[in-house]
Design a protein around this ligand. Sequence first.
Ligand code: ADP
Ligand code: MG
Length: 628
Amino acid sequence: MPVENLEFKTEINQLLNLMIHSLYSHKEIFLRELLSNASDAIDKARYESLVNSEAITDTGDWSIKIIADKDSNTLTISDNGIGMTKEEIIAELGTIAHSGTLDFMRALKEKGDMNLIGQFGVGFYSSFMVADKVTVITKSVKAATAVKWESEAKGTFTVEDAERASHGTDVILHIKDDDKKYLNHWEISTVVKKYSDYIEYPIVMDVEREEDSALDKGTKVKLTKEETLNSQKAIWLKDKSEITDEQYNEFYKHVSHDFTDPLSVIHFKAEGTSEFTALIYIPSHVPMDIFYEQFKIGPVLYVKRVQIMDHCEELVPKYLRFIKGVVDSSDLPLNVSREILQNNPHVSVINKNITKKVLDTLSDMKQKDFEKYKKFYEELGKVLKEGVHFDFQRREAIADLLLFRSTKTGKEAYTTLKEYVETMREGQEEIYYITGSSYDEVSQSPHLESFNEQGYEVLFMLDEVDDIIFGYFEYKGKRMKSVIKGSVDLDKKDDKKKEEEGHKYEKLLAQITSRLKDDVKEVRLSGRLKQSPCCLVSDEGAIDPAMERMLRSMGKDVPKNMRTLEINPSHPLIEAMSTAIEIEKGEGAEALIDLLYEQALVLDGNKPKDPAAFAKRITELMLESLRR
Ligand code: ADP
Ligand code: MG
């Protein structure tokens, strides 16, 4: 096969340019990334050898070798893992669009820290921070021949046939002049201990030593010895008392590819019907891709110290998908498939145990260290709260972990459902909430006017999913009610008063109804407004406007949700409009009605129906008032 010359995908090229000219801190993490890839590749090969012994016969001696050659200025990281086929290497190291590439470059610009790279699935490219040329020779367990990949990161890479005795990969870095220290044994060994000590496979390196000669006293001889650089300890199997906080944190970074310390460590061993050890972590910040479909859920699954799966989603409920760590089971078979996992009683015991431990840990944190809990909640609360909707058994326990801002907390403090219920007004049967996209937006909403005036607290729900989660939720027997839906009658006006008002505004209501017949479902007098002239409300069971906006922005086809326009019978504008209609027989009323409606739309966080016309009308009004 001739040499093929291929081009890098555009964004990878941009990334490579950053790498070549890199002056970033943490350059040494290139080694961590390459060792992590080697270890992943061996995990895959080892697993393959267990379930499909024909594919791999030379088992048992899994290891990663580091070879530093000061004559040729090359550093080679060599593994006997799964290898790559030609198609795989072209895609993985050059042409497929990694969604992480752009995200990583953005994060790099913001934080200036190369250390983040592992999180974004582009770790391999960090080799170009220390190398001006990289050669990869790899042979897949699936292929008969090996392949050589090479690049100087100048827009292109080459691939051609090559020789390799057995499956595995050699990554050969041609070290830049300024980075020769990475050819020193001491430097390499320090970096390995710092970042890769927990890698399960021995990372070995030949070291030259001078020793006293045994034959000839007084003379020195040079000996080459193989040294294992990492301790390879399965930290989760050790006793808690033997592990320092620092070691826990380092291991977290290793399994999670996160660069900050975790918020909490949960390490426990279960015995009885199911035997397993779990070392799991609650991160201190929300992973960027947690709301994407491709987000990988669940801890690493080991069976008797053999890694089976790098993310086992059956081990945690989805609303705890931020949990990272490892689970090592003694009961599962080595060749577990997804089907087995889905119906396995041991798996569901593990899942239950982990769920309970995590929720207990959070509840404890909330009581004993509220500042820390707040930090957790502000990052991950919106994931956790999905549990209220999905975990029927524990919904109230999860609801007790939620924090809310409300009409009474102000912008900085929080309340809880428990506190809300304890301080409810006498006779109040429902828990009121309002949805919207920010504190500032909802706290000014006209929908709150009569609630505020009468001292009813209203919770602020600021995540798009909130209405779905809380719309049908009952907490301690109290139904949750959205104040922007259905009708509200806090004043409990008597029938006589209502009838009078109805009569007074009959004509105005009719006129507005006829003008807005294509835009709103109904026009009625409001029981919720105090200071504002009008607002829009949804039906009791209708989709929440915040949710509707989100679905639309995702390009989903959402049927038009006709809303009700409420007008405030005690507002001077409404009274004046009503009088004007009586006198002028409706002339000029249409423009005012349109403006009223557009105003309601804007207050609701929407655009006016016809922004140009809206602006024009306002200009006219302004001119009129100036001329007066
Ligand atoms: P990530 O490891 O997060 O996927 P990398 O940029 O580090 O991102 O590696 C990209 C891909 O290249 C890996 O997912 C893997 O498929 C392949 N790869 C890299 N190094 C090796 C290796 N030593 N053996 C086999 N495959 C490898
Ligand atoms: Mg990697």
